[in-house]
Design a protein around this ligand. Structure first.
Ligand SMILES: Cc1cc2nc3c(=O)[nH]c(=O)nc-3n(C[C@H](O)[C@H](O)[C@H](O)COP(=O)(O)O)c2cc1C
Length: 198
């Protein structure tokens, strides 16, 4: 049995957990809490290294996060998360094996308070976003909303609360080509300047 065979045998899992933020909510013009912004930056820096993907929702002082990846990688991150002082009452709501990642393109997709979520709460008689009161069915629906709330929402209808799902996993490719374009432009400018001096 080779190393590759061992790693390909390890399971892909999905976990969903919720927690309560320990920091006070600060109203932000663009809707992203500074502390949440920092968490997203960390997640997007770290998760690609362990092939982890997922989505994070933050509402009414609660986090709801879905994480997907190799079992070991997910468990390592979850253990680290438990010690993070920025949240408390961390509760694992679901853990299941999956055939493939549902957030394939997102190192950590962020869906700000969306009208779809408000509708989900209203349908189930909840006045605020409290994942501890979610039924299994609501967990399914919430994960579905996080998966669906993608570029489609951004392009199809101009929403007052756009899905700020930046950082697709291919972002580095986009950056690289942008850098290449800039370099090419600089070269053209330099050549033109050189020609003009003669
Ligand atoms: C709600 C919440 C979600 C988080 N999600 C992730 C995540 O997806 N990936 C990650 O690496 N860190 C995440 N973190 C941060 C970790 O707890 C930890 O601070 C971080 O991984 C440390 O990374 P660093 O050593 O690179 O700073 C999250 C923290 C909170 C409070």
């Amino acid at each position: 049995v080779t190393f590759d065979q061992v790693t390909s045998m390890s399971q892909l899992i999905q976990i969903v957990y919720c927690s309560r933020s320990t920091f006070p909510a600060v109203a932000q013009a663009d809707g992203v809490e500074p502390e949440v912004g920092r968490i997203l930056m960390q997640s997007r820096r770290n998760n690609p290294k362990s092939d982890l993907v997922g989505a994070l929702y933050y509402g009414d002082g609660y986090f709801f996060q879905c994480l997907e990846g190799e079992e070991g990688a997910v468990e390592t991150l979850y253990a680290r998360l438990l010690d993070d002082p920025r949240h408390t009452d961390v509760r694992l709501m679901r853990r299941q094996t999956i055939a493939q990642r549902g957030f394939e393109r997102w190192s950590m997709k962020y869906v700000p308070t969306a009208s779809d979520v408000q509708a989900l709460l209203a349908r189930n008689g909840l006045r605020s976003f409290d994942p501890n009161r979610f039924s299994d069915r609501m967990i399914d629906d919430m994960v579905g909303l996080l998966q669906a709330g993608s570029e489609a929402t951004q392009t199809a209808r101009p929403s007052p609360t756009p899905v700020l799902a930046a950082s697709p996993r291919s972002a580095s490719g986009g950056l690289a080509s942008a850098a290449f374009g800039l370099a090419a432009l600089a070269l053209v400018v330099a050549v033109v300047a050189l020609v003009r001096t003669f």
